[in-house]
Design a protein around this ligand. Structure first.
Ligand code: ZN
Length: 281
């Protein structure tokens, strides 16, 4: 099942067309995309009834919002790919490095990204969407708490991130539109192997990052087990799982986003975000 936020309304992506959940369910399912988790089983039934022929309007990317627009919590993981830790010249972490992206940074798959300094960087990431409340979950059971995945882009202002000590990860990665997600929330059952998703990122048409989530230092089940040991995870909460090598700030020479460039972030089986950078305040 592919859930989308189209013009602010919850629905299904059926072969590139929109099925409005509220209308198609005779108002049994609310229109708010945040209702997806409470109405998950009803959405599954609705999804099973759909055939490609009788779907609604074409899903114009520009009208898609973030599939999960108002999560209670957005966690993110630093240095969770070996090649990214190595390129940053930092040791491989022994425990997950957890920070927050404040939920107001979330944006749709084609949102413009206002640049907040001349040192704004890209980070393509797999985003895990939590499906039900999770507290002290064992690794072996962690998948039972996952609704599915989105593509995410963890836009990062390195100037602000490293402006003081300790580094200000949460602030430096939470400006307006610094967290595009989408284009759909794809349910876990759609993935033949949820531990091996190919992800790529292009900037200005140039391939910058390419890896697979097989290379995560801490896997999705390990992250859920670790975070849920200390925090209660709620339906709709997000975990940005970290970025592979190839970010701009550690390239030779260094490279940062400039206004007019487009960041394209893709995960096989989910889709692609296309976010144009614009001049900020
Ligand atoms: Zn990141």
């Amino acid at each position: 099942m592919r859930l989308v936020n189209f013009d602010g309304r919850l629905g299904l992506d059926v072969a590139g067309r929109f099925v409005d959940a509220e209308i198609a369910s005779d108002r049994r399912i609310p229109a708010d995309p945040m209702a997806a988790f409470e109405y998950w089983d009803a959405l599954r039934r609705l999804s099973a009834e759909q055939t490609a022929g009788d779907a609604g309007p074409i899903l114009v990317p520009e009208r898609l919002g973030p599939p999960v627009p108002r999560p209670t919590q957005v966690f993110a993981i630093g240095l969770n790919y070996r090649d990214h830790a190595e390129e940053a010249g930092l040791p491989i972490p022994e425990l997950p490095m957890v920070f927050t992206k404040f939920p107001t940074c979330l944006a749709g798959p084609t949102a413009e990204v206002p640049l907040t300094s001349d040192r704004v960087d890209w980070e393509v990431e797999q985003v895990v969407v939590i499906g039900r409340e999770a507290e002290a979950v064992a690794k072996e059971h962690a998948w039972e708490y996952v609704a599915g995945f989105c593509v995410g882009q963890d836009v990062s202002d390195r100037k602000l991130q490293f402006a003081s000590k300790p580094p200000q990860f949460s602030l430096g990665k939470s400006a307006r539109a610094f967290g595009p997600i989408g284009p759909a929330l794809v349910s876990l059952d759609e993935f033949p192997d949820p531990d091996a998703l190919r992800l790529r990122c292009w900037v200005g048409g140039e391939l910058m990052q390419e890896s697979t989530t097989e290379n995560l230092i801490f896997s999705v089940p390990e992250l859920i087990a670790y975070v849920s040991r200390y925090c209660v995870l709620l339906p709709g909460d997000l975990i940005f799982t970290g970025t592979p090598g190839g970010v701009g700030s550690v390239r030779e020479p260094r490279r940062y986003l400039v206004a007019g460039e487009t960041i394209e972030s893709e995960i096989e089986g989910i889709g692609r975000l296309s976010n144009r950078c614009v001049a900020g305040r």
